[in-house]
Design a protein around this ligand. Sequence first.
Ligand code: ZN
Length: 255
Amino acid sequence: FEHFFQLGQMQFQIALHLSFSLCPLPPPSAAANLRPGAEQRVVFITARVHPGETPSSFVCQGIIDFLVSQHPIAKVLRDHLVFKIAPMLNPDGVYLGNYRCSLMGFDLNRHWANPSPWAHPTLHGVKQLIIEMYNNPKINLEFYIDIHAHSTMMNGFMYGNIFEDEERFQRQAVFPKLLCQNAEDFSYSSTSFNRDAVKAGTGRRFLGGLLNDTSYCYTLEVSFYSYVLGGPTSAVPYTEEACILLKSFLFLQHT
Ligand SMILES: [Zn+2]
């Protein structure tokens, strides 16, 4: 058991190293938001908390590839925002070939409320980082997106939170509506907002409750197999390349 625990910790360190050191490495920039003491607007992205949801890694890879590219939109994004990406929240589960759980048998996406440093180390580390950023007056954590894959639904779609504040609720709906308008495989009609008790320990729900009302928290789901264009008989299969190249997701539709 000790061996597996060390293995999990080692993988976690590698994942964090990859997440925070290697991934967001744009060319040197004179962007004002990277100067010492400057206020930072942060987009925090996590993926693969459920190890069987391989497509979430392809989508995350596509986002990273795009953000570090020379594309003019990527450059504008880098000049105005800081992207923090944890591409694999469950490295031990992925290593073992688990479908949903970590090495110790936990569905990590039900433990955001109180993650243990020894039982849920990846979650604990990422949550600590998010809380540190939240408490830093120089950082505005504007977006949190957790990428998953869905085994029965088609298309890409999102889950969001329900807020008593109607204005906040409406603002939260804008981003998935924009995605629907710009990405042929993204479905706003499949997007839903909930506060089920069973989802209370998810990253999106927990951070939606923690962060202030100018932050937006979503779960981004991508179908395991296909999306529909213009009718139920026109299913287009998702391929690894399509997800990695990210032609339709998030940023690249008009390029
Ligand atoms: Zn999932």
